[in-house]
Ligand binder design. Structure first.
Ligand code: UD1
Ligand code: CA
Length: 465
């Protein structure tokens, strides 16, 4: 495409989002709205200028310094925004102008616009959505050429009936744009400098304005409010899911499988309904994830099973099983073939190969070596009310049900902690630790506790009488 330049307008206030976050930073499938159109533009253009204004520092910090930025101090309209970018652009050439709030446009859409543009003065990408409300309408002449674009607020009822809308994406001859852009005036209902008004100015001077109809709605959909954001997210999710399925990932119900942009999943893994996979998650092959799994920046090996559980910022190695109803909090490394069962919470801990935590335990700040068995209800008490401490459980140890390990303690290799013990000191390798009090059996007392003896006596005396 030669020396194509691109400008992305992203300074707008985004009032209709009703949010403190700049509109272009709202997350769409886990990344800022602006990133998508940025990627598409970068795929076709040599240089890129982003016009920022509302939340400028925040946008710049999030998007990074790879691109040039122009600052629009006051949001006086799309035409005014583009004026701010001119000093960063060459004198002439072809310029692609995009809006930061159209994330669904792909490289192919932009290439079609560029081909249609050729050497024209200006070409606008149009579309025919099911409901054109809110968009600028395209007014065409009898010969089909574009006369002008009228914004919804400025349109007559007849103009509002027009179904063809302006997508906010254009190609300009930069030299001509430099001539006509300064002639804009804010004489409209919003008292803004509309970029669209540059088109009739060019036309009046005899330049032909082209249009390129994008036939695959909703590719050109703009995001102005949270409803449109949710609609676009659903479409983006569909694209993400389709690409993964094409690579060999199975989904029982793609419509209830929510995967962030950039998540990597290998072939032969099955995703079950109501599964949410966020952040920089990677999943190996042959896994079964869900139903109801929530993974957040997790690294999952091959052949892992995760059911109705949360895994955040942790590594689950191959062959491990997690859940149902487990909570793997940040900083964990769950080793190969480990079994984490129901109602188990693990935090900032390492669990060695083939160890088992099958039911109802809490393991916080503990290193557990391989083949350790943790009985039901075991608590590794890592917090003394002021500080966190770390414990170590060595190879092959057995921790009986309902035991408390008061950190920091070390349980030696092959040691046995009897059920119901509260362990405050280290246990040597191979030892038995038992801290519970001895059992006493009091003859007959059970019956009396239940009041059965008295009732029997009463019954007998009643029968005698
Ligand atoms: C704009 C178009 C409309 C088109 C629609 C497509 C104009 C006048 N209207 O309307 O014809 O149908 O897009 O989605 O161009 N921006 C700035 N500075 C400003 C104002 C806006 O940088 O002062 C940026 C915004 O961040 C946004 C883009 O320009 O990315 C479009 O602005 P927005 O206010 O959303 O325009 P629309 O009302 O949607
Ligand atoms: Ca818009």
């Amino acid at each position: 495409m030669g020396e194509l330049q691109a400008v992305i307008l992203a300074a707008g206030e985004g009032k209709r989002m009703r949010s403190a976050l700049p509109k272009v930073l709202h997350p769409l499938c886990g990344r800022p709205l602006l990133s998508y159109i940025l990627d598409s533009a970068a795929a076709v253009a040599k240089d890129l200028v982003i016009v920022i204004g509302r939340g400028a520092d925040q946008v710049r910090e999030t998007i990074g310094e790879r691109w040039s930025y122009a600052v629009q101090e006051k949001q006086l309209g799309t035409g005014h925004a583009l004026m701010q970018a001119l000093p960063y652009l060459p004198e002439e050439g072809c310029l692609l102008v995009l809006c930061g709030d159209t994330p669904l446009l792909e490289k192919g859409d932009l290439e079609r616009l560029l081909r249609a543009h050729g050497d024209s003065a200006a070409t606008v990408m149009t579309a025919v959505p099911p409901d054109p409300t809110g968009y600028g309408r395209v007014i065409r002449g009898q010969d089909g050429s574009v006369l002008r674009i009228v914004e919804e607020g400025d349109a007559s009822p007849a103009e509002r009936d027009i179904g063809e809308i302006n997508s906010g994406t254009y190609c300009f001859d930069l030299k001509l744009l430099r001539k006509f852009l300064p002639l804009l005036s804010p004489k409209n209902i919003q008292q803004e400098y509309y970029l669209t008004d540059v088109l009739p100015l060019m036309r009046e001077q005899g330049y032909l304005i082209g249009a390129c109809l994008n036939e695959c709605w909703p590719a050109a959909q703009g995001i102005n409010d949270r409803c449109q954001l949710a609609e676009a997210a659903a479409i983006m999710r569909g694209r993400i899911n389709r690409a993964l399925m094409e690579q060999g990932v199975a989904m029982l119900d793609p419509s209830s499988t929510y995967i962030d942009y950039g998540v990597r999943i290998e072939a032969e893994t099955v995703l079950l309904p109501q599964t949410l996979i966020e952040g920089e998650t990677t999943i190996g092959s042959g896994c079964r994830i869900g139903p109801g799994a929530h993974l957040l920046s997790a690294q999952i090996g091959d052949g892992v099973v995760i059911r109705q559980s949360v895994v955040a910022e942790s590594v689950i190695e191959s062959g491990a099983t997690v859940g149902p109803f487990a909570n793997i909090r940040p900083g964990c490394r769950i080793g190969p073939q480990v079994r984490i069962g129901d109602f188990v919470e693990v935090k900032n801990s390492t669990i060695g190969a083939k160890s088992k935590l099958p039911h109802h335990s809490y393991a916080g700040d503990v290193d557990i070596e391989g083949e350790v068995n943790i009985g039901a209800g075991v608590i590794v008490a890592n917090f003394d009310g002021r500080r966190k401490h770390r414990s170590l459980i060595r190879e092959g140890a057995f921790i009986g049900c309902n035991s408390n390990l008061i950190s920091p303690v070390e349980i030696g290799a092959g040691a046995f902690v009897a059920a119901g013990s509260t362990v405050t000191d280290d246990v040597p390798a191979g030892a038995l630790a038992i801290t519970r009090s001895e059992q006493k059996n009091c003859a007959g007392l059970g019956k009396r506790m239940l009041g059965k003896e008295e009732r029997q006596e009463k019954k007998e005396s009643a029968e005698k009488e």
